[in-house]
Design a protein around this ligand. Structure first.
Ligand code: SAH
Ligand code: SF4
Length: 452
C-alpha cells in the first residue's frame, strides 16, 4: 500500500479518510487462505452498500486480483479495477479507464518488477518502525501454496536502492526496519557487478535442504545485503521476514551474531514436524534436518528467539503426524508460532494431486493443540527472562494506561514498563529489568536510557 500511495500521489490523487465519499477505494488483498479472500468479498459488499458516492470506483489490488480476476470482473456492481501485484505503476491508467465506465484490468506478472525506484509513503511514523520490500515472488513450489502463482517468479531489488532507502529512513528517525519478501533470505541481487568476489552457489543453502529449482549462482546474497544495511544504519535494529529455512547458511548466522543491530530473532517456518507430511508439502527437508539446523543456529546464537509457521490438517495428515508436529514445537521451543488451518488453493499441486481429507473440526482442534503447546513453551522461555536486563525499543504508549509504554526486546517479545518518570519517546532505547512474564508479554522496570 505504501508503494501504491506513492504512485497515486505522484499523479495528484489525494488520500481521503472518508471511505463512503471517496472517488476511488483501493483494497489490498491476500489470497493465501480462503478466509483472507472471504473477508475481502465481505468488505466489497460493505463498501458498495455504505457508499454515498454513486460514481465511486472500487479497485481490488494484490494477490486476489491475480487469482480470481474473472470472478471479480463478473461482479461488475462491486468491482471496477482489478490490479495484480506487478501492475501498480499502471494504476493511474486503470483509474482513467474505469472513470470512462469500462472495467479495467492488469494482472500481468513480471520477471523484474521490484518497484525499486518508487519511494514508499509511510503514514504511521509514530512507532519509528518501517518495512522495506527487498524481493518479490517465490521459486519454491510448496504443494499447498498459491504464492508462486499470485506473486510470480523470484526477483530481488538492487542492493544500492535498498541501502539508499535505509539511509533515508535512518535520517528520518526510524529505529527499526523489517526487510520484507516472500522468501527474504533467498535474496540475490543479480544486477551487481561483484560476481567474481562471490563464487557462491550451494554454500548459500543449508546442506541437505533440497529445492525444486537449480542452484542459483552469482550476484550478491542476503548476507552481503545485511552487511551493507547494518553498516549504513548502526543505530537501527533490523529484522526480516519471511525467510525459508533452506537459506540459512552458517555464514549468515555468524554474520548476524557479529552485529548488535541485527536482531537475534529468526523466523524458521517449519510447517510440520512429520517427515511424510513435509514430503507431501514439498518442503525439501526432513524433521531431522530442520532440528539440526536449529541446533547449529543455537550454537552460534545461544539466546536466539525462534518463531515459526505451521499448517494444521494438511492433506493426509494423520493423528500421529499431528503429534509429531506437537513434539517438534515442544522440542524447539518457539517464542511465537503462526498456526493456520489448511486451506486448499486452486492451481497448487495439492489441489491437483492430493485430497483435502482432514475434516474442518479436526483442523480446528489441531490448530488449537499447536497453539496451546507453543504458548506453553513460549511461557517457559519468557519466564526465563525474569531477572535479566533487556534492551527495548519503544514503540508507543499502552492503550490501557498511558503511564506505561511498550516496545520490543531484541528477540521481538513485547515488553511493557512504567515510563511516567523516564518519559522516553517511541524510537528511543531503554534498558529494562524483566519482572514478570506470560506467554505473550513481559513486564519490566525501567533502568536507564541506552544506545543500541
Ligand atoms: N515463504 C514462507 C511462507 C510464506 S506464506 C515459507 O515458505 O516459509 C506464509 C504462511 O502461510 C506459510 O508459512 C504457511 O504456513 C501458510 N500457508 C501458505 N499456504 C497455506 C494454505 N494453503 N493453507 C494454510 N496455510 C497456508
Ligand atoms: Fe509458499 Fe513459502 Fe513455499 Fe514459496 S516457500 S511456495 S511462499 S510456502
Amino acid at each position: 500500500m505504501e508503494i501504491v500511495r506513492s504512485i497515486m500521489s505522484q499523479y495528484g490523487f489525494v488520500e481521503s479518510d472518508q471511505k463512503e465519499k471517496a472517488d476511488i477505494v483501493l483494497l489490498m488483498t491476500c489470497s493465501i487462505r480462503d478466509g483472507a479472500e472471504k473477508k475481502v468479498w465481505n468488505q466489497l459488499k460493505l463498501i458498495r452498500s455504505n457508499s454515498v458516492n454513486k460514481r465511486q470506483i472500487v479497485g481490488v489490488l494484490g494477490c486476489m486480483a491475480e487469482r480470481v480476476r474473472h470472478d471479480l470482473l463478473e461482479k461488475r456492481n462491486l468491482v471496477n479495477i482489478v490490479a495484480g501485484p506487478d501492475s501498480y505503476r499502471d494504476l493511474p491508467r486503470l483509474v482513467a479507464v474505469a472513470s470512462g465506465g469500462s472495467n479495467a484490468i492488469n494482472v500481468q506478472l513480471s520477471l523484474d518488477e521490484t518497484y525499486a525506484d518508487v519511494q514508499p509513503i509511510r503514514v504511521d511514523a509514530e512507532s519509528r518502525t518501517a518495512f522495506i520490500s527487498i524481493m518479490r515472488g517465490c521459486d519454491n513450489m510448496c504443494t499447498y501454496c498459491v504464492v508462486p502463482f499470485t506473486r510470480g517468479r523470484e526477483r530481488s531489488r538492487p542492493i544500492d536502492s535498498i541501502v539508499e532507502e535505509v539511509r533515508r529512513l535512518r535520517d528520518q528517525g526510524y529505529k527499526q526496519i523489517t526487510l520484507l519478501g516472500q522468501n527474504v533470505n533467498s535474496y540475490r541481487d543479480m544486477t551487481s557487478m561483484d560476481f567474481p568476489m562471490n563464487p557462491s552457489t550451494t554454500e548459500d543453502r543449508v546442506p541437505g535442504f533440497k529445492t525444486v529449482y537449480k542452484p542459483k549462482s552469482g550476484g550478491l546474497t542476503f548476507t552481503s545485503l545485511l552487511e551493507k544495511v547494518a553498516d549504513a544504519a548502526p543505530d537501527v535494529r533490523f529484522r526480516f521476514t519471511s525467510p525459508h529455512p533452506k537459506d540459512f547458511p552458517m555464514q549468515l548466522i555468524e554474520f548476524i551474531a557479529s552485529r548488535t543491530n541485527l536482531c537475534k530473532q529468526l523466523h524458521l517456518p517449519a510447517q510440520s514436524g512429520d517427515d511424510e507430511t513435509l514430503d507431501r508439502m514439498g518442503r525439501g527437508y526432513s524433521r531431522d534436518l530442520y532440528l539440526r539446523l536449529v541446533d547449529d543456529i543455537r550454537i552460534i546464537l545461544p539466546n536466539v528467539s525462534l518463531t515459526s509457521d505451521f499448517i494444521a490438517g494438511f492433506c493426509g495428515e494423520t493423528e500421529e503426524a499431528h503429534q509429531n508436529t506437537l513434539s517438534l514445537i515442544r522440542e524447539v521451543g518457539y517464542s511465537f508460532c503462526f498456526v493456520f488451518p489448511y486451506s486448499m488453493r486452486g492451481k497448487t499441486r495439492a489441489h491437483h494431486r492430493l485430497t483435502d481429507d482432514v475434516p474442518e473440526n479436526v483442523k480446528a482442534r489441531r490448530h488449537l493443540d499447536s497453539t496451546t503447546v507453543f504458548r506453553e513453551e513460549a511461557m517457559k522461555l519468557n519466564q526465563k527472562l525474569i531477572g535479566t536486563e533487556q534492551t527495548v525499543l519503544l514503540e508507543g504508549k499502552s492503550k490501557r494506561d498511558v503511564a506505561f509504554s511498550h516496545g520490543r526486546t531484541d528477540g521481538g517479545v513485547k515488553a511493557v514498563f512504567d515510563n511516567s518518570k523516564s518519559q522516553l519517546n517511541p524510537g528511543q532505547y531503554a534498558k529494562v529489568l524483566i519482572t514478570e512474564a506470560n506467554s505473550q508479554t513481559l513486564k519490566a522496570e525501567f533502568i536507564r536510557e541506552t544506545d543500541l
